[in-house]
Design a binder for this molecule. Structure first.
Ligand code: PLP
Length: 493
């Protein structure tokens, strides 16, 4: 596609755009469990007005747009008060959870450079359920992650974290809650460990930051996780999730300026002038900052608590219903508004169940290790809980009656991906998909036909050409592994 030679009429352009979304996720009908935090059309109209009133403004220069800087300061201050940050707490807004995490990792790396210059290869100790944005940050900033295992409830194993600390450690991380299962790590214990070892502790509350405070307020027993826990030095909390702000809004809050100062980038030598920037972005769009401020004012504590109560009730109803399906098991602890389930029976392949749900129009979040389905629950999902549970029960029955369904559709691909022992091959295949998406003329991949015409996308090609045989071979490998484990179990010597 090329830029049109001549200008086009505004209405014509908008009409063309309005016809484009027909295959996109329908987030308004309650059948999606991720990506969009929708309340209702009235609220969205209000939020769009707020966003558009600062559509052109640029937070890059706070002197040029003082009102925007003021709103950012107020958003940070309201967030910090919600997180019990105390008088000295400071922070910035960012474009999202990933940027908040990148900022924190950069700040702690630079802080360590200053305070412990002998550390040449900085390391961060992190539970293996922490969000992948930490891996991204580690990749970008030359930091090594040391992953600690989780216990049976999905919580970080604190003793394992302790053992991973060494002289290169610059930071500990915990989540409130972690995304895959919705469990809050034992943050009081990790805070105590951080204090004993003189290390900072970042809490990733990108998901729960704007939910847990309200669950606590409505009287639910939320484990300690915020700045009230000694040892916690920073918290990332997303406004564009349960803050119900416009996309592009998160916060990173530190206990005091001694940490935040390392997040800043300042250079005095550039011929374009002295340049100082608080976060990863250069230009900082005004819309998300203004919309976040407006969301917090419009909803207030009462609005947030009401939405939290509805999302919590829907989560509990889902947990209750799924708990009654013998072929399924819930993962994690019920700390938040995430519901995750896996298969509890060899006769039911969860990815095949996921395919059945997708065929009924549900948006399905597939996870691995173990194969599981993830639901982010919102107030607007409440109306579809019964329908979801009915469809889920039906999907389980269908898969139980026809186990071969695991060899079809996306189930075959996810199943194989999860079992391939050489993760490098999987990575290679995924890179091929990315290259296809971002090649000239690329678009969203067609999941049903992935890799069919791709010699290099090894796994995906394999699934498409030899799905059945490859799956059978992997099943045999699995069975052999299980037999070996049993034999070793009987004869440990
Ligand atoms: C716990 C947690 N941390 C970080 C992120 C990353 O947030 P974003 O997608 O806004 O970059 C997410 C997103 O779901 C999350 O759940």
């Amino acid at each position: 596609m090329k830029i049109p030679k001549t200008s086009r009429n505004y209405d014509e352009v908008l009409t063309e755009m309005s016809s484009k979304g027909s295959e996109d996720l329908d987030y308004k009908n309650g059948k999606s469990w991720s990506l969009v935090y929708y309340i209702d059309d009235d609220y969205y109209a209000f939020l769009k007005k707020a966003h558009n009133s600062y559509f052109s403004e640029n937070g890059l220069n706070p002197m040029a747009f003082k009102s925007l800087k003021q709103m950012e300061a107020e958003v940070v201050s309201m967030t910090s008060a919600m997180l019990h940050g105390g008088e000295e707490a400071v922070g910035t807004m960012t474009s999202g959870g990933t940027e908040s995490i990148l900022c924190a990792m950069k700040a702690y790396r630079d802080r360590a450079k200053k305070k412990k210059p002998w550390i040449l290869r900085p390391e961060v100790v992190i539970p293996n359920t922490a969000h992948v944005a930490f891996d991204k940050a580690a990749h970008y900033f030359g930091i090594k992650l040391r992953h600690a295992p989780i216990n049976a409830q999905g919580q970080a194993d604190v003793q394992a974290m302790r053992k991973l600390i060494n002289r290169n450690t610059i930071l500990l991380v915990a989540s409130a809650p972690q995304y895959p299962h919705g469990t809050i790590d034992p943050i009081d214990e990790i805070g105590a460990l951080a204090e004993r070892r003189g290390l900072p502790l970042h809490i990733d509350a990108c998901f729960g930051g704007f939910m847990l405070p309200w669950l606590e307020k409505i009287g639910l027993p939320v484990p300690a996780w915020d700045f009230r826990v000694p040892g916690v030095t920073s918290i990332s909390a997303d406004l564009h999730k349960y803050g119900f702000a416009a996309k592009g809004a998160s916060t990173i809050t530190y206990r005091d300026m001694s940490y935040l100062t390392h997040q800043f980038f300042i250079t005095t030598d550039w011929c374009g002038g002295i340049y100082a920037s608080p976060s990863m972005a250069g230009t900082r769009p005004g819309g998300p900052i203004a919309a976040a401020w407006a969301a917090m004012q419009a909803l207030g504590e009462a609005g947030y608590c009401d939405l939290a109560q509805k999302a919590w009730d829907a989560s509990e109803a889902l947990r209750g219903g799924i708990g009654l399906i013998p072929e399924l098991r819930l993962l994690g602890l019920p700390h938040a508004t995430i519901v995750t389930y896996a298969s509890a029976s060899d006769a039911v392949d969860l990815y095949a169940v996921a395919d059945q749900l997708a065929a009924k129009g549900w948006d399905v979040g597939r996870q691995q290790n173990p194969a599981s389905v993830h639901l982010t629950v919102n107030a607007n999902n409440a109306s579809v809980v019964d329908e979801y549970l009915n469809d889920l029960r039906e999907a389980v029955t269908t898969v139980k009656e026809d186990p071969e369904l695991k060899r079809n559709g996306e189930a075959a691909m996810y199943g194989m991906m999860a079992k391939i022992p050489l993760r490098g091959l999987v990575k290679h295949s995924v890179r091929k998909v990315m290259e296809g998406m971002y090649a000239p003329g690329g678009g969203a991949p067609d999941m049903a036909n992935l890799g069919s015409d791709d010699k290099d996308g090894f796994i995906l090609g394999l699934v498409n050409k030899y799905g059945d045989q490859a799956q059978l071979a992997l099943d045999k490998l699995d069975a052999a592994k299980t037999r070996m484990r049993k034999i070793i179990g009987r004869n440990p010597g």
